[in-house]
Design a protein around this ligand. Structure first.
Ligand code: PEP
Ligand code: MG
Length: 889
């Protein structure tokens, strides 16, 4: 069996050659870094680590300590005793230790720390004698009882706080500083009474019992409810276990030459290369975080900037500060990353208690990565690897000023990031109307549908009471870069009175609210925002990312404005232009409805005639913006009834416009009703049954392409995409239609252009039959929204109601509409790619479902050798970085 207890620090720094001592999976993050710091000669109080393996064994064995473990811990204790020259439990000169948990990654859900362990009624006297400081000794003892009782014995913390308050009140003290040794001593007596009362037995005086109690508490904390919740939220497996770190105490509370603090080697908010941190003189670690005393600034510069009075550590303890600064530099050089550090100064001597790579904002992450390359600390590939692609989202939308006050009304799903404030409007037309008058509006709906598009476009943000992360509102808002909070179930809308209720607050149309699409928060009034910055370090890092990227990155975009945004963010083409949204534009919808409700082909063709110039203009505008790049245009996909009028008034209006009776129109509309429209008359089935629709669209595409090529000389390469194909024959028929239309247009225009016809793979049958389908397709684009829906048999519009518990119970590791179900849907993608390539080796393969903007899914696409991913414009930079990281492996 491998060793399960490893020592560090002390004599020869306890440096060990055993690679297990540096392995976070074995000794935990804290243990590995303590051993590593000791190894490079930094002042680390000597200690030992019990491995995570031992924790797993302990939990599996029904909470039993093995005799081997007891023996190894005893030996390790003698290492600490020998190093510091004190012995554990010795009444004359006691060794005190800290006991801390330390999993592979830092886990705030777990037991944190017990300090001053080893104190009892006898050793407290020894501590008083050796330190020459009674007050310190009794204060340490009462801290220990308080902490041990809270963390190990499970006695409520407030009982101790209350007792302390009473002693202070009785003596007329305002702060702990006024407490003398005798007061702390009296309090220790009261604390022991509290424990005896709560437990029915006295506070443990046996130091071995104290130690094993703490070790047991750390191991048990791995299975605490808090830890389980944290693991679930952070995708941490339950079988990792936690290590235990036992370390000789050093004291920051031994008078005015002692101190304790936390620090970052660079500013975690801005990334500036400046030491950043807080410290407290004459204090123990917990005091800094607990907020009992206000911590002081570390550096003179920071103190001056904040206009604060209490001296910085740089001024108050120059020698210890200089040593600390030397350690900061050493640690950065060693770990090649910004470090988050805990330290203690005991009577002017600096001790390091912890180091780890520090958490940082996206902005800080970029600045640090770029500057560290400049400093020669890391190379460009490391810089590219180090940035979390999703964190870039923080920088791609206006964000709320973190310092601005907020009045939170409620919460929904963080469906599309960014922040927006505006007046509540309850329907799309009002949104458009008020926006035209220059007002900032937030569209609030129960849920949105394609006919709300213009209102969504006009609005600064979208809020819905229903719908999940891939609901219509969420997908469209992300595509448009509009902040969106969806599925806010606390909202109820009353249309007749044009009011709404969020929780217990009543609001009316016109009231100002603010949305934070990154958190799902809904706030009353306007909250100040900060504009995104896409320059500087961000730009530099994207250039480096592009140098390592293999896959191309395109955008899902359907308006010239979206395309322009996409190009600005580095898109290398359009991967999906959904043409249906163009049908909803004001002034067209009536022709669209006429086309749908026509009794025969002649009627449909007449209506399509009106739409042709409009579609041509749409495509021309897009081709102009995307000149020189490929543009994939998908022919009409949604079921036709989505375009139909709602309510009597709209039917009447349409009847007037097209001169057919309202009753007839309603009957026709009724005929279009479907029980399951997602699996109904949509996608290429429309093209098969009403070929004139696809013919008009193909004509508009080729005419626009010829016109732009003629005007600009720069060729666009239209890629005509047929949706929802299941069989080769469907594609064969529709490709024929597109090709014939192209020939006609090229003849009329007297010019020939390169173009491709391909298909979406969004049905399991299409994936399985990809070998055959590839005979007709020059490209496949994986429509993983529908492919997920059809493979899982889960409706993308209804999934929000039950997917939450599914993910919580680990049925799917993540929402499969957000991150590709690699095991299931992924197999179909793999099969389709292989079979497609077998037929047509140069077939172009891409993905245009929402997964094209998800880093984990992008890594999967890289592994399958896809040619490109396509994501909403605001996700393009994220996809560029994720694709680079995937290529770097
Ligand atoms: C898809 O199904 O993945 C896709 C991109 O098409 P849509 O979302 O428009 O159905
Ligand atoms: Mg689809």
């Amino acid at each position: 069996m491998s060793k399960q207890v490893y020592t560090f620090g002390g004599g020869a720094n306890g440096a060990s050659d055993d690679p297990r001592t540096r392995d976070k999976t074995i000794v935990g993050g804290k243990g590995a870094n303590l051993a590593e710091m000791a190894g490079i000669g930094l002042p680390v109080p000597p200690g030992f680590t019990i491995t995570t393996e031992e924790c797993v064994r302990y939990l599996a064995s029904g909470a039993d300590f093995s005799p081997e473990l007891r023996a190894d811990v005893a030996t390790a204790l003698t290492h600490i005793e020998g190093s510091v020259g004190k012995s554990f439990g010795n009444a004359a000169d006691p060794l005190l230790v800290s006991v801390r948990s330390g999993a592979r990654v830092s886990m705030p859900g777990m037991m944190d720390t017990v300090l001053n362990l080893g104190l009892n009624d006898a050793t407290v006297q020894g501590l008083a004698a050796t330190s020459g400081d009674d007050r310190f000794a009794w204060d340490s003892y009462r801290r220990f009882i308080q902490m041990y009782s809270d963390v190990v014995l499970g006695i409520e913390h407030h009982l101790f706080e209350d007792a302390l308050e009473i002693v202070k009140e009785d003596n007329g003290f305002f702060t702990d500083v006024e407490m003398e040794a005798e007061h702390w001593q009296a309090l220790v007596g009261e604390y022991k009474d509290i424990v005896a009362e709560a437990l029915g037995r006295p506070f443990p005086q046996d130091v071995q019992e104290q130690l094993w109690g703490a070790i047991r508490a750390v191991f048990d904390s791995w299975d605490s409810d808090r830890a389980k919740v944290y693991r679930r939220l952070n995708d941490i497996p339950g079988d990792w276990g936690t290590a235990v770190n036992v370390q000789a105490m050093v004291f920051g509370n031994m008078g005015d030459t002692s101190a304790t603090g936390v620090a970052f080697t660079r500013d975690p908010a801005t990334g500036e290369r400046a030491y950043y941190g807080e410290w407290l003189v004459n204090a123990q670690g917990e005091d800094v975080v607990a907020g009992i005393r206000t911590p002081q600034y570390l550096t003179l510069k920071a103190r001056e900037a904040a206009n604060a009075k209490p001296l910085s550590m740089e001024e108050a303890m120059p020698a210890a500060y200089t040593e600390l600064a030397r350690v900061f530099d050493l640690l950065e050089l060693h770990y090649k990353d910004m470090q988050d550090i805990e330290f203690t100064v005991e009577r002017n001597k600096l001790w390091m208690l912890q180091t780890r790579s520090g958490k940082r904002t996206a902005k800080a992450a970029l600045r640090m990565a770029v500057e560290m390359v400049g400093e020669g600390l890391i190379d460009e590939a490391t810089a590219v690897r180090r940035i979390d692609p999703m964190a870039l989202d923080q920088l791609l939308h206006p964000t709320l000023d973190p310092n601005a006050p907020r009045d939170i009304l409620g919460k929904g799903l963080p469906a599309s990031p960014g922040a927006a404030s505006g007046a509540i409007v309850l329907d799309a037309d009002t949104a458009e109307h008020r926006a035209e008058l220059g007002e900032a509006v937030i569209l609030v709906r129960v849920e949105t549908s394609p006919e709300d598009i213009h209102g969504m476009h006009a609005a600064k943000g979208v809020l819905t009471a229903r719908g999940g992360m891939t609901s219509h509102a969420a997908v469209v808002a992300r595509g448009m870069g509009r902040p969106c909070v969806s599925g806010a179930s606390a909202i109820s809308i009353d249309m007749p009175s044009r009011t709404l209720q969020i929780g217990n607050r009543k609001l009316k149309e016109g009231d100002i609210i603010t949305l934070d699409g990154a958190t799902g928060d809904i706030m009353a009034g306007e909250v100040k925002t900060i504009e995104p910055e896409l320059v500087g370090d961000f730009g530099t890092l994207m250039v480096w990312a592009d140098q390592h990227r293999r896959m191309k990155v395109r955008a899902n975009a359907e308006t010239p404005a979206d395309c322009r945004m996409a190009r600005q963010f580095g898109a290398e083409g359009v991967g999906l232009c959904r043409t249906e949204h163009m049908f909803f534009e004001a002034g067209r919808i009536s022709a669209v409805r006429q086309m749908i409700l026509a009794e025969d082909e002649g009627g449909r063709r007449a209506a399509l005639e009106k739409l042709l110039p409009e579609q041509r203009a749409d495509f021309r505008a897009i081709f102009e913006v995307m000149a020189g790049l490929p543009v994939t245009i998908r022919l009409l996909d949604p079921p036709l009834h989505e375009f139909l009028p709602h309510g009597d008034a709209e039917f009447e209006e349409l009847a007037q416009t097209i001169g057919i009776g309202a009753e007839t129109l309603k009957r026709r509309a009724g005929e279009l009703h479907e029980f399951n429209p997602m699996l109904g008359h949509r996608g290429c089935r429309l093209g098969i049954t009403f070929p004139e629709i696809y013919e008009m669209q193909a004509r508009a595409i080729f005419e626009a392409a010829c016109d732009v090529a003629e005007a600009s000389g720069e060729a666009v390469v239209p890629e005509v995409m047929i949706p929802l194909v299941a069989t080769k024959r469907e594609l064969e028929i529709l490709r024929g239609l597109v090709d014939r239309t192209a020939v006609k247009v090229f003849e009329e225009k007297g010019r020939k252009l390169e173009y491709l016809v391909g298909t979406m793979i969004e049905l399991p049958r299409a994936a399985l039959m990809a070998g055959e389908i590839a005979e007709e397709a020059k490209f496949f684009s994986f429509g993983t929204n529908d492919l997920t829906q059809t493979t899982l048999g889960v409706s993308r519009d209804d999934a929000a109601r039950f997917l939450g518990p599914y993910v919580e119970q680990g049925i799917y590791p993540r929402d499969p509409f957000v991150s590709l179900d690699v095991d299931g849907v992924g197999q179909l993608v793999k099969i389709a790619a292989e079979r497609g390539r077998a037929t047509r080796p140069d077939i172009k393969l891409g993905i245009c479902g929402e997964h094209g903007g998800d880093p984990a899914s992008i890594a999967f696409c890289e592994a399958q050798g896809l040619d490109y991913v396509s994501a909403s414009p605001y996700r393009v930079p994220i996809a560029r970085l994720a694709a680079a990281q995937a290529a770097l492996g």
